[in-house]
Design a protein around this ligand. Structure first.
Ligand code: SF4
Length: 245
């Protein structure tokens, strides 16, 4: 029985119709509701719950997306979150409808679900924006509440299947913005042909107020945002290993 992708339902947190930082070109961003991770630096804790947000069909989403076609024709559509791959059928349905409309697609993922669930989504998308939260697994558990195993398996699968990837890494002083750790990550990533570029994202405090609305304590109040100089040094490590930024 063939699937009517337009009827597949899911929950979304919000949309952004002219995104400029989540993939190539100007993009329509769909932020999915629900995330299995609990990153200490999360600036969208309101996207964690799988029951909040708004229920939509993929058909409703694609109708909204194509109404912006003239703005995103040279860019595309990015599914972000929350964790889009945690709603794999909805994710795949929107991606498939976008492909039918000739729109470029990207999935911005923390690699927070097993590869067995992510595979179908990866195969359907044109590219991934993959967060490697912390290359050291113990530190990753402390930082996000989960192992980095799923993200690394997804990265390996993308290498096998030649899926284009931009790796994203949030630089948090004392946690991830640590020279030795960045060296190890850069050396590791430099072996992957599928990694087209690395985006180093400076930690910021702009989402701190949102933690008042969830049942969790914000632990990074006293962490300073990285200076330009600190970010420049981090970038040098990646370029030294031949990675594009
Ligand atoms: S993966 Fe993203 S949405 Fe989920 S907790 Fe981490 S920063 Fe927040």
């Amino acid at each position: 029985m063939s699937i009517n992708y337009r009827e597949v339902k899911g929950r979304i947190h919000s949309i952004e119709s002219f995104g400029a930082v989540d993939g190539p070109g100007v993009r329509f961003i769909v932020f999915f509701q629900g995330c299995p991770l609990r990153c200490l630096f999360c600036h969208n804790p309101d996207s964690w719950s799988f029951t909040d947000g708004e229920e939509k069909t993929a058909g409703e989403m694609i109708d909204q997306i194509v109404s912006y076609r003239s703005f995103i024709q040279k860019g595309g559509v990015t599914l972000s979150g929350g964790e889009p791959m945690a709603q794999p059928e909805f994710c795949k349905a929107i991606l498939t409808l976008c492909k039918q409309e000739g729109l470029h697609t990207a999935v911005d993922t923390s690699g927070g679900v097993p590869l067995s669930i992510a595979k179908d989504v990866i195969d359907t998308a044109d590219m991934l924006l993959l967060d490697i939260k912390d290359y050291n697994d113990d530190d990753c558990v402390k930082l996000t509440g989960k192992s980095n195993n799923n993200a690394l398996e997804i990265l390996n699968y993308c290498e096998e299947t030649n899926k284009r990837i931009w790796v994203r890494h949030v630089c948090v002083p004392e946690y991830t913005l640590v020279e030795e750790k960045l060296e190890k990550l850069a050396e590791f990533l430099s072996k992957f042909k599928c990694v087209e570029k690395v985006e180093l994202i400076p930690f910021h405090q702009m989402g701190m107020y949102k933690w008042d609305f969830v049942d969790a304590e914000y632990q990074l109040k006293d962490v300073e945002v990285p200076s330009n100089n600190m970010m420049d040094k981090a970038k040098e490590i990646f370029t030294k290993h031949g990675l594009k930024l």
